[in-house]
Design a protein around this ligand. Structure first.
Ligand code: DMJ
Length: 933
């Protein structure tokens, strides 16, 4: 500690130049040392229990990895519901998500160093041999440069790093002769043509065999890439250069970073989400710390740690200041516009930002890390997993969850920094939820909808690369790991690169890059190597005291936008008109609208359309208010659309061998038993005759007391329901007759009534698209007796669901996987649904496919229902919301000087600058709307 403590910032005001490895080790050492400071707080967890949890992680890894190796390898990924490999080209395309798949046994490569961390050295040795024997990097397939770099290049380098470590120890890998490194180098050269742009920013995609721009390559016409895509290369590329001595990789990655730095928005010091790789213009000007940008920031700080180059730290610190000034609104992290950083760009957060508290720990800024992590944990407690996106008042925005590891990552780093056993309990909850809700007989399945518990047939490779590593390390003691983890840095995919690289082949590091090397002042090293006395000022309950005020932040949340209203109250000024309060019949509101430059257009169908012309606003402040009002109105309008729709339902197969582990997303009906208000309906399924259910059933004895399966089409849904009800069915599942339809690609489908009174229909009715329906039909073919549960949310896999045949041990349960539905009989392939909450309302008969339904939000308000949020709980100052209100108030009182958001409403901006920005705003909004829909 004494040597490390003499490094940067550890209580020393004199900046000292430490060797890079020392700086890195110092950061780690300071974090670790905090664990011994802990004396009180959440009940400590015994070594025995930690070991038990560690063993549980090992068993879970075996279940995931074992099933991949048994049923999917050499395919890139496992499809855990259908128990087979995902081979690109053989499954319906899921769009960009598939660009990670290069027919190079992705999951195996991504798992290599996890095997060593989890002390599975023998398996590692086998896995390396398989990679060397089977993996081909020369496939005619177009892959994402970013994903290939972090998962495959990173996986090979992580594997190599630990292979040479093991070899040196003298027991394992004695035969190893840098073969993984040679593969990494081969792959590195394959990625280089992507950098053939004037800017030095790489093309987003490349053909592994043909490169870029040749006709056979089928890629190279793209003009844009995401900031993270171009800015997340330096760790792997520099490691490759330093391991091999081939300088070109590090040079290219540095050049791309230099360009991004040059292009930062100079007044805000923020970067946008997407950039034109030829012109360097920002294509998307919204900015946050989540999707599209995340690992760019991560790599700046980690490049400093690994390479010891001060310029990276300086850049990181400049961005970090901007993030904390504009984006961080503890405990939230909210996207803003790069050129108008006081203006929020959206009112929801994405799950990728959950890595940020972990990065803040590395930076040494623990307080906001604890706050954001706590908020995220509460969202998880509410939904079992972190939904892909959630609103600032913590409602689900995008409901899927592909088993992302970011939250586990931050939990691990916070535990290392604070030693607070609370974070061990958090890890325990993550383990429980994975086993309860995501575990299926053939692996772990991504959640399609965290609200219903339905699954996607998908287990991404990052689940093995990252999740198990962080969870295992969370509970492990030093002696549980066969090497010293503090000697390595984690890449964004949690691959391990040795810190000694910082002193190897250093000479290449600055060649051909544009950045100036400057001596940094002390402020750049604030917190870099934090003194635990500063982190936990004599108070072992420090972390708990920060979490305490946020205890109910999620449960008692109010919609955002309150701060400014409160500010106006305090300052005596009239609060600005909120979209949710707007009434088209209120003359006062119409007057305010006019002042803001917003005009009303009465449409023929009775709706009112709002249009804003900033130039017509009474002042620049009014114009800005108008802009915010319009933005709120767009969000409200799409929110309203969503709220008029019934949420999805779940069909859960509970009989052998599924035991509740297969959950299908089902569309609700506007008639019949409401499953959200009544207990779920459970029963065996039987096909009705006639299958379309459009006339009296000829097999009432078969469906009596059962859940009838009926095919869509030929007559109204209500008519089908009446026919099966008359035959004695206790519920009905309508299966789509459009072959190949799937809830992965089509919006949620609601069954409408027949326009008449449907009160006579008492049984629950649900709708399944053809792919989900065929899972049930295949199950009947294979097992005859198939029992299902119809509900609003999948139930825990409780013992009731399991018959005596239930496997008695986890190993047995693995064996059961062989009895899954045969892969050939169905395709449950999934698309990264951008807006799963979109839905269409349909009554039979109708001709169009549900996917055709147009749900685009429009900026309009109905005159009949002139208060668009009448039924929405939005009051900002009522009792329900006091907790958050108080927090926000306290926050704004104490941070008035430092938090620019507080004075947002008072800022005066010249009208011509508003006008200049106006078009950009409209473009940005349109772009975001498009992206979100
Ligand atoms: C991983 O592939 C990496 O962590 C990446 O940086 C973004 N997130 C995914 C997992 O969610």
């Amino acid at each position: 500690m004494s040597e490390a403590g003499g490094g940067r910032g550890c209580g020393s005001s004199v900046p000292q130049r430490a060797p890079w490895s020392l700086v890195a080790a110092t950061a780690a050492f300071c974090l670790v040392s905090a664990t011994s400071v802990w004396t009180a707080g959440a009940a400590p967890m015994s070594r025995e229990e930690r070991q038990k949890l560690g063993n549980q992680v090992l068993e879970m890894f075996d279940h995931a990895y074992g099933n991949y190796m048994e049923h999917a390898y050499p395919a890139d990924e496992l499809m855990p519901l259908t128990c087979r490999g995902r081979v690109r080209g053989q499954e319906p395309s899921r769009g960009d998500v598939d660009d990670a798949l290069g027919k190079f046994s992705l999951t195996l490569i991504d798992s290599l160093d996890t095997l060593v961390v989890l002390n599975k050295t023998k398996e590692f040795e086998d896995a390396v041999r398989k990679v060397l024997r089977d993996v081909n990097l020369d496939n005619d397939v177009v892959v994402s440069v970013f994903e290939t770099n972090i998962r495959v290049l990173g996986g090979l380098l992580g594997g190599h790093s630990l292979a040479i470590m093991l070899k040196e120890k003298g027991e394992y890998m004695q035969w190893y002769n840098d073969e993984l490194l040679q593969m990494a180098k081969q792959l590195g050269y394959k990625l280089l043509p992507a950098f053939n742009t004037t800017s030095g920013l790489p093309y987003p995609r490349i053909n592994l065999k043909f490169g870029i721009r040749k006709p056979e390559a089928r890629t190279g016409t793209e003009t844009d890439t995401c900031t993270a895509c171009a800015g997340t290369l330096i760790l792997e590329f520099a490691a490759l250069s330093r391991f091999t001595g081939a300088t070109i990789f590090e040079e290219y990655a540095r050049k791309a970073l230099d360009f991004l730095w040059e292009k930062r928005q100079r007044s805000s010091n923020l970067v946008g989400v997407t950039i034109n790789i030829h012109t360097g213009d920002w294509v998307r000007k919204d900015s946050g710390v989540g999707a599209g940008i995340d690992s760019y920031y991560e790599y700046l700080l980690k490049a400093y740690v690994l390479l010891g180059d001060d310029s990276f730290l300086e850049r990181f610190n400049t961005h970090y200041d901007a993030i904390m000034r504009y984006i961080s609104q503890p405990p939230l992290l909210l996207d803003v516009h790069i050129h108008k950083p006081m203006l929020n760009a959206r009112t929801w957060m994405d799950a990728l930002l959950a890595f940020f508290p972990g990065l803040q720990v590395l930076k040494g800024d623990i307080r906001p890390a604890i706050e954001t992590h706590e908020m995220l944990y509460q969202v998880i407690k509410k939904h079992n997993f972190l939904p892909e996106a959630f609103t600032t008042d913590f409602r689900v925005h995008w409901a899927q969850h592909p088993l992302r590891p970011e939250f586990a990552e931050s939990t691990y780093f916070l535990y290392k920094a604070t030693g607070d056993p609370y974070y061990l309990e958090v890890g325990k909850t993550l383990i429980e939820n994975l086993n309860k809700y995501a575990r299926v007989p053939c692996g772990f399945a991504a959640m399609k909808d965290v609200r219903t518990g339905s699954h996607e047939d998908r287990m991404d490779s990052f689940f093995l690369a990252e999740m198990f590593k962080y969870l295992y390390l969370l509970f492990a003691d030093k002696e549980d790991i066969i090497f010293d983890i503090e000697d390595y840095i984690f890449t964004t995919e949690a691959h391990l690169l040795p810190l000694w690289l910082s002193t190897t082949n250093q000479s290449i590091s600055k060649k051909n890059t544009t950045s100036d090397y400057t001596e940094l002042d002390d402020s750049n090293f604030d917190w870099t190597c934090p003194n635990t006395q500063i982190l936990f000022p004599n108070d072992p309950l420090y972390a708990q005291s920060i979490r305490e005020p946020l205890k109910n932040v999620v449960d008692k949340s109010c919609p955002r936008g309150i701060i400014r209203v409160e500010e106006s109250f305090r300052s005596g000024a009239k609060p600005p008109l909120r979209a949710r309060d707007f009434m088209a019949t209120n003359p006062e509101h119409l007057e305010i609208l006019k002042k803001m430059g917003v005009s009303l257009i009465h449409l023929k169908d009775g709706r009112v359309q709002l249009v804003q012309h900033a130039i017509q606003a009474a002042s620049s402040i009014d114009a800005e208010d108008g802009l915010r009002f319009m933005q709120e109105m767009i969000e409200l309008s799409s929110q309203q659309q969503k709220e008029q729709q019934l949420p999805p339902r779940a069909v859960q197969i509970v009989s052998h061998p599924f035991f509740g582990r297969v959950v299908l997303t089902a569309g609700p009906a506007q008639f019949g038993l409401d499953l959200s208000k009544h207990k779920e309906t459970r029963g065996f399924v039987a096909s009705s005759k006639p299958y379309n259910g459009c006339s009296e059933l000829t097999n009432p004895e078969a469906v009596m007391g059962k859940i009838a399966l009926i095919q869509r089409g030929q007559c109204m849904f209500a008519e089908k329901a009446r026919n099966i009800q008359n035959a004695g069915a206790i519920g009905g599942i309508v299966i789509d007759d459009n072959e190949g339809s799937s809830s992965d690609t089509a919006p949620l489908f609601q069954m409408a009534g027949d326009g008449k009174d449907t009160d006579d229909i008492k049984i629950p009715m649900l709708f399944l698209f053809s792919k989900e329906g065929s899972i049930i039909l295949d199950a009947i073919r294979e097992y005859e007796e198939v029992e299902v549960l119809l509900s609003d949310k999948a139930k825990d896999r409780d013992p009731d669901m399991e018959s005596e045949e239930q496997p008695s041990s986890e190993n047995d349960s693995q064996d059961q996987s062989a009895e899954q539905i045969t892969p050939s009989s169905q395709e449950v392939d999934l698309v990264d649904q951008e807006s799963p909450e979109e839905s269409s309302l349909n009554s039979e008969p109708e001709s169009s496919s549900p996917a055709d339904t147009d749900n685009a939000a429009s900026v309009s308000a109905s005159e009949q229902n002139s208060n668009p949020m009448e039924n929405h709980e939005t009051t900002s100052l009522d009792g329900e919301c006091t907790d958050l209100d108080n927090q926000l108030q306290e926050q704004s009182e104490t941070e008035e000087d430092s938090n620019p958001n507080v004075s947002w409403g008072k800022k005066v901006q010249p009208i011509d600058s508003i006008l200049a920005d106006w078009n950009e705003d409209i473009e940005a909004f349109e772009m975001m709307e498009k992206d979100e829909l």
